[in-house]
Design a binder for this molecule. Structure first.
Ligand code: ADP
Ligand code: MG
Length: 266
């Protein structure tokens, strides 16, 4: 017969930290409310699972390096009527596309919410226990170049495999040079049909020959990226700019006229 005194130790050995913390207070409650033993055990298991889930989400959020606070809740779809809110919400709430290793591309001018939406969808995916890693593309390219110089690029790419989704933010800002774009191409080829990439870029495909050095590499990169891809083009005026104008209008009413004219121009 097992001895109840050993329970705290057994629970810790099994790494059931929530149960180890709660078994005693729950026991008092169980006696008071006349739970049967199975009910008591079920309540403890439920709390263990819930806390594990919360800890996992916190860990995944931290490792993702996503910009904080850029969620669907803070995105105002009314400001960007060309975006289909339903489609964005579906991609955040249903991760089937990630399981199919599809890509997601946001195109549009600066300040229209590409990074915000990429982060918002990523936060939604993390809630479903999907691991995401956000990169500024130029910084990642530099890291990959260093890895290649140290003969550990393969290893570096393999390490990224643990993330089901990689965000390449501002792909269009990568400067065209053979060494740089080659590592970027290797990353795209490495993840093809095995892991999702979310790309934000102010350059639509027609301009990608400015990113990759030669035409065949450009075509090969686009081919792989778009083969299984969802593409969202955002046409709007910069949110930052509109915010600045409306802020200025409040403090300097004479500017309101300019803002009004701009609005009518649209
Ligand atoms: P982009 O990546 O397209 O250059 P960002 O996503 O960085 O643009 O957006 C610029 C700023 O404006 C960010 O602070 C972002 O949170 C905010 N923003 C853009 N569009 C919206 C929107 N529709 N609702 C709320 N905030 C927005
Ligand atoms: Mg951006």
């Amino acid at each position: 017969m097992a001895r109840s005194e050993t329970l705290p130790v057994l629970l810790r050995q099994l790494r059931l930290s929530t149960m180890a913390r709660l078994w005693e207070p729950f026991l008092a409650r169980a006696e008071e409310e006349r739970w049967d033993p199975a009910q008591y055990l079920a309540a403890l298991c439920e709390h263990e699972l819930n806390e594990r889930h919360s800890r996992r989400i916190a860990r995944f959020t931290k490792e993702s390096r996503l910009p904080v606070g850029k969620t669907l809740a803070t995105f105002d779809f009314g400001q960007t009527p060309t975006i289909q809110a339903k489609k964005i919400e579906a991609m955040a709430q249903n991760s089937d596309w990630v399981r199919r290793a599809e890509n997601l591309l946001f195109f549009g001018p600066s300040g229209v919410g590409k990074t915000h939406l990429a982060a918002a969808i990523s936060h939604g995916l993390i809630e479903q226990s999907i691991r995401v890693r956000h990169f500024t593309t130029t910084a990642l390219v530099q890291e990959m170049q260093q890895a290649r110089a140290d003969l550990r690029l393969e290893n570096f790419l393999a390490k990224l495999d643990k993330y089901a989704v990689i965000v390449l933010d501002d792909l269009g800002y990568v400067r065209k040079s053979e060494a740089e774009t080659h590592v970027l191409f290797e990353l795209i080829a490495h993840r093809y049909e095995t892991g999702s990439i979310i790309i934000t870029s102010n350059q639509p495909f027609g301009e990608w020959d400015k990113i990759f050095t030669d035409a065949s590499m450009t075509v090969a990169a686009i081919d792989r990226v778009v083969h299984h891809a969802n593409i969202i083009e955002i046409q709007a005026e910069s949110y930052r700019k509109r915010q600045a104008i409306s802020h200025n209008c409040k403090s300097r009413p004479e500017l309101a006229i300019t803002a009004q004219i701009r609005k009518e121009d649209q």
